[in-house]
Design a protein around this ligand. Structure first.
Ligand code: HEC
Length: 156
């Protein structure tokens, strides 16, 4: 075997080994990330205080929805899409499935308290836990009101 062929063979084997190690590493990192996110969902769950929403007051529903649109466009639409269909740019880039809020059987439809809870605690896969990310109860309430409006076709 010529030394050039030997060098090529060894390089190929090293490359193959490196890419195996990389794949294993990526899966391991993903598993660890998911476990860490599950921990922070549990932490958010423990800190969540549903009664904090009872003390909020809005000048009127329009003010609440206006704030909701701002929060939505700034923090949510990149994954959920502007109209809540789940086709946001970032979701597409990340290759993640974001469920559409507009589908007929969406379990949280019409349930603003459940939406606020989901926004606060997030999900171990992708959805950030906004309660731990510093989004205020007021902004979570506004975002939930906005989603509620998006999903009520009679108001569009
Ligand atoms: C990085 C992408 C991303 C961003 C940003 C994001 N979400 Fe999500 N969201 C998701 C995904 C994906 C899910 C589905 C659960 C999962 O797989 O993590 C989800 C789930 C939800 C749910 C629960 C849906 C259900 O059926 O249980 C609500 C409500 C929600 N998001 C609201 C919001 C709001 C409000 C914001 C902005 C403050 C936001 N999301 C920002 C990706 C995102």
């Amino acid at each position: 075997m010529s030394s050039r062929v030997a060098v090529a063979l060894v390089s190929f084997m090293l490359l193959a080994l490196a890419s195996c190690a990389r794949e294993e590493g990526a899966a391991e990192i993903e598993a660890r990330l998911r476990a860490a996110r599950a921990d922070s969902v549990a932490l958010a769950e423990a800190q969540y205080d549903a009664s904090a929403f009872d003390t909020l007051s809005w000048q009127n529903q329009e003010a609440r929805l206006e704030r909701g649109r701002v929060v939505w466009n700034h923090s949510c639409a990149r994954c959920h899409g502007y109209d809540g269909e789940g086709n946001g740019e970032l979701a597409q880039q990340m290759g993640v499935e974001v469920p559409s809020f507009l589908r007929a059987e969406w379990p949280l439809a019409g349930d603003v308290p459940a939406m606020r809870h989901a926004i606060y605690v997030g999900h171990e896969s992708v959805m950030p836990n906004w309660g731990l990310q510093g989004l205020s109860y007021r902004d979570m309430d506004a975002a939930a009101a906005h989603i509620d409006q998006l999903t009520r076709s009679d108001q569009q």
